[in-house]
Design a binder for this molecule. Structure first.
Ligand SMILES: [Zn+2]
Length: 261
């Protein structure tokens, strides 16, 4: 099993990364992707991925950091490294008032333009999408980019069943966090049930969103992706080990990670 989305660069893990990775492996999780949120954070994520077996990283600017300076050269260099397996996370977040729409749009458009251009130069990566209450704006922008639709994953899905159908109709993937374990998230659970076997992934988004029954434990950790798997298996009427295998294969296919030995 792979935790396809966590943030090992965040201060919660300062000095704790080897211990977190030990815990992760003990839980049966063989790897994780630490996701970039700014250009500097992406560079820091790459350093962690280079230093530790079973850690990969991504390069991108999160919409909630879209008002911070971007070092495009650093982002591009990061993406060229073999340990960097995706762009992102990038997208739009309408839950918070700041950064304002102008900042978020500029960061998103700047990244989409470069991903298209850099793709032509041979840097080809799937894209991790952060979409919070922004499906109406985001889906047409992703379509207009011309990037392959089956190379986008909507991470930390928190939308409704009908929004999940829209993402599937668009052609993208969906990834679920601990939110799918929360009692107050029946819509997200309904979405998890309707996903086809070959377009679903699991993640923690650690240090955030600890799954039940560890919801009050802070920080969340990559090891806890197994609690997300457990819930997805239950919702989909699958055996837990079979569900973990399916999710592992999907993560390998989407991110180009080495298959389970
Ligand atoms: Zn994240």
């Amino acid at each position: 099993m792979i935790d396809t989305h966590c943030h090992l660069t965040f201060t919660q893990y300062e000095g704790q990364i080897p211990a977190e990775l030990d815990r992760m492996r003990e839980a049966g999780v063989r790897g994780c992707i630490t996701v970039g949120t700014t250009s500097a954070d992406s560079v820091a994520g790459l350093a962690i991925a280079q230093a530790h077996e079973g850690v990969w990283c991504s390069a991108g600017v999160h919409p909630l950091h879209s008002d911070e300076p971007v070092d495009w050269g650093a982002l591009r260099a990061c993406a060229q490294h073999p340990r960097c397996v995706a762009w992102g996370e990038l997208g739009l977040d309408n839950h918070y008032a700041t950064p304002g729409k102008a900042h978020q749009m500029a960061a998103l458009e700047g990244q989409l333009d470069r991903m298209v251009r850099w793709r032509e130069e041979g840097i080809v990566k799937p894209v991790i999408i952060h979409c919070r209450k922004a499906f109406d704006e985001l889906l047409p922008m992703l379509a207009a980019s011309g990037l392959p639709r089956d190379r986008f994953v909507f991470h930390c899905f928190s939308g409704s069943e009908s929004e999940a159908r829209r993402v599937l109709d668009f052609g993208a993937w969906i990834s679920f966090t601990g939110i799918v374990t929360y009692r107050n998230a029946p819509e997200v659970q309904a979405a998890a049930k309707l996903m086809p076997d070959d377009r679903i992934m699991a993640e923690t988004d650690a240090p955030f969103l600890s799954p039940e029954p560890m919801r009050t434990a802070k920080p969340n950790r990559p090891a806890h992706v197994m609690l997300v798997v457990k819930q997805l298996a239950a919702l989909r009427g699958m055996d837990e080990a079979a569900c973990a295998d399916m999710l592992d294969r999907n993560a390998c296919r989407f991110f180009g990670l080495p298959p389970k030995p």
